[in-house]
Design a protein around this ligand. Structure first.
Ligand code: GCU
Length: 693
């Protein structure tokens, strides 16, 4: 049959080119182990093979509408008929999956749907080939799921080849030129598709030097990447420099309302689409941390974004315009400026002014990817703008891929957060554009953007267990309601194939013991109660309690002999709590109702202030820092125990062992510096008399 293809080389060559021959979709997530017998890489395995026309098979991947499936397509045609009129509802990436008469059927309207369906079969493993399954429909909740690479084309003198990269060099660029490793890029695209992503930027949001020219004379480098990733349903976007017309030496101004500037960008877009017809669009960091932007010309962010949107609109391109705009030259003596307020103050007055093909990209918290922050109030304050949620898989502030820190539970909390209170729309529905009247984000929402944690490292992510973060964010972007620990189980199965090991439960339990609570463990031994930062300036690794206290970056904790925390109340502080809708505006404002974990983000309190937990702030600091380090020591023991059993590849075991040793060292340093700092400031001794320096 021409539409019902077998696994392996499809009979219809047209499908093979569209799908890029995903003959072994599980491979890139494996860590150097042989494929597990029983995964559907081998046609003919599983239960009774089905029959259709000439061959027998137990997996059918069928592309097309129900009507076009020939009668001989057997179970596929049956499933198609059952889907009936609903087929049209699968969308460009959706698929239906069923098992009928010992045949597993995946149906989709578009090639990308078939690809995602195949990956679902891989995820299910042998379960996809067991008992009959009723028809399930799958489609992504968030339409655009983009991985943002902070990869530099040239090596940056401070940031290196990848800004905030902890996994070796870039997989795309090497010292000003393409890295020339097409296999790696192709594998990466397959890995991203397997996680559920569908777009990526290939260069840093800080666009310098050669990277500026990716738009012009270096466009072919981008086209080469687009060709490699296209078969896996991944579209390429580009970070652009707002001042490119000037920095490339062609115009005297980058004023977005200037006709020559508009014509320059229109021409640039035309050239890009002439070379890459399915190009996704531009990402822009403007007027932020030294990057140029429309303010310089007295224009607004809407003027800037719309100018680029107009250039891209004829080709269906998008602008991702980042809301990460704040004063990075603040005076620490100035108590009236609050960095947390900045994105809201800059952007919410512009709500309704952005074109339909502009997405305003909002970091999940008001500060900067800290271990704990409240959800950004911007996400609940721009009902007439498409908003994307931006999260950071690269562990800049969460242990830099030397510490185990599984962020799935954190992102899940953010996606499920209901800014208007329980039972009302969530952040996920804002990003999906389905918040409706309550939080209305029209035109399909803006989706998800995740800053990549991947590099040229053998294990992709430096710390092999950091792969779980990439997998989790892809899955949560597809289905934000998934339980992050169930997602972790999927990742464990796909990556380590515990069922093939001699003691599958020991391996699974150990991995869960290391990862499940690792974000909270990290939180325990670092900055307390949501106050954030306290990291070493510049590289952001390890503790430096006052490292940012008297600096220009706007990230202060205000600890003195009496207390600690930032007063962001309306009553006496910066008024930031007023940027939230109810009930959160009042809940954060009041000491009685502010959640413990965010107390010091919103309030300055005395050290003996009693938390909801019953402990005082100072005792909580001591207790969590001792507990966090003990938990890390336990992780080290758990991991050691599985070494001799040979449950994982020895090289991988050794890599994780090294990283755990560093995590333990660093956690102890955090504990001792934070506890000592607060003992000296407060003079309040530890109730349990433990050693503090
Ligand atoms: C953080 C990070 C920078 C990055 C910036 C951004 O401030 O430290 O390296 O450029 O975020 O998101 O643009």
């Amino acid at each position: 049959p021409s539409q019902a293809a077998k696994p392996g080389p499809p009979e219809d060559p047209g499908q093979a080119t569209k799908l890029g021959q995903p003959e072994d979709p599980g491979q890139p997530t494996k860590l150097g182990q042989p494929p597990e017998p029983g995964l559907p890489t081998e046609p003919g395995q599983g239960a009774q093979p089905g029959r259709a026309g000439a061959g027998s098979y137990d997996l059918v991947l069928a592309l097309g509408t129900a009507g076009s499936l020939p009668a001989g397509a057997g179970p596929a045609a049956e499933v198609g008929r059952e889907l009936g009129a609903d087929r049209g509802g699968l969308g460009p990436e959706g698929f239906a999956l069923a098992r009928r008469d010992a045949v597993t059927v995946v149906l989709a309207d578009e090639p990308a749907g078939l690809l995602h369906g195949l990956f679902q079969v891989v995820r299910l493993g042998p379960a996809a080939f067991g008992a009959d399954r009723p028809v399930e429909r799958h489609r992504p909740a968030l339409r655009l799921r983009l991985v943002s690479h902070w990869d530099n084309v040239d090596v940056h003198p401070v940031m290196g080849q990848v800004e905030r990269g902890y996994a070796g060099g870039s997989i795309f660029w090497l010292d000003g030129a393409p890295r020339q490793d097409p296999e790696r890029v192709r594998d990466y695209a397959r890995l991203l598709a397997a996680c559920g992503m569908n777009a990526m930027t290939v260069n840093n949001v800080n666009v310098h030097g050669t990277a500026t020219r990716l738009l012009t004379d270096r466009l072919d480098d981008v086209a080469a990447i687009a060709d490699l990733v296209r078969p896996y349903g991944i579209r390429v976007h580009l970070s652009v420099n707002f001042a490119a017309p000037v920095t490339l030496g062609e115009l005297p101004t980058a004023d977005p309302l200037d006709d020559d500037v508009r014509a320059w960008w229109a021409e640039a877009a035309k050239r890009v689409y002439g070379t890459i017809p399915d190009f996704g669009g531009f990402m822009v960091k403007a007027d932020s941390e030294g990057q140029p932007g429309p303010y310089r010309y007295g224009r607004t962010h809407a003027d800037g974004a719309n100018m680029l949107a107009d250039a891209l609109a004829p080709y269906g391109g998008m602008v991702h315009w980042r809301a990460f705009v704040y004063d990075h030259r603040q005076d620490w003596r100035d108590r009236s400026t609050d960095r947390a307020r900045a994105a809201y103050d800059h952007f919410t007055p512009l709500d309704g002014q952005f074109r339909d093909n502009v997405i305003v990209q909002v970091k999940h918290g008001p500060m900067d990817f800290q271990t704990r922050e409240p959800v950004s109030p911007v996400l609940a304050a721009m009902p007439h703008t498409r908003l994307a949620l931006e999260v950071q898989a690269t562990q800049e502030y969460t242990g830099q891929q030397r510490h185990v820190c599984y962020l799935g539970p954190w992102w899940s909390e953010v996606l499920r957060f209901a800014p208007w209170g329980p039972g009302r729309p969530t952040v996920a529905s804002v990003a999906a554009g389905s918040a409706g009247d309550d939080g209305a984000a029209p035109s399909g929402g803006g989706g998800l953007v995740v800053v990549s944690n991947v590099g040229a490292d053998h294990y992709w992510t430096g710390h092999p267990l950091a792969q779980a973060n990439l997998y989790a964010i892809g899955r949560l972007g597809w289905a934000p309601d998934l339980d992050p620990l169930a997602v972790l189980d999927e990742w464990i199965d796909l990556t380590f194939t515990p069922s093939a090991s001699t003691d599958p439960e020991l391996l699974r339990d150990t991995l869960h013991a290391l990862l499940d609570d690792s974000w909270r463990t990290y939180e325990r031994y670092t900055a307390p109660l949501g106050v954030g930062f306290m990291v070493a300036p510049g590289h952001h690794y390890g503790p430096d309690v006052d490292g940012y206290e008297y600096s220009r970056w706007g990230t202060y904790h205000f600890a003195d002999r009496d207390g600690v925390g930032v007063d962001r109340t309306r009553a006496a502080g910066t008024g930031f709590t007023g940027q939230y809708p109810q009930p959160w505006a009042d809940r954060y404002e009041s000491l009685e109702t502010c959640p413990d974990e965010l107390l010091l983000f919103f309030h300055h309190v005395p050290y003996r202030h009693v938390l909801h937990s019953g402990s005082t702030v100072i005792q909580h600091i001591y207790d969590t820092h001792f507990a966090g380090v003990e938990q890390v020591a336990e992780l080290v023991r758990r991991w050691e125990r599985i070494g001799p059993a040979g449950l994982v590849d020895p090289a991988l075991h050794a890599r994780v062992t090294d990283r755990l040793a560093e995590q333990q060292r660093c956690a102890e340093e955090w504990r001792d510096k934070v506890n000592t700092y607060f003992l000296r400031k407060s003079g309040v001794p530890d109730a349990h008399g433990r050693r503090i320096y």
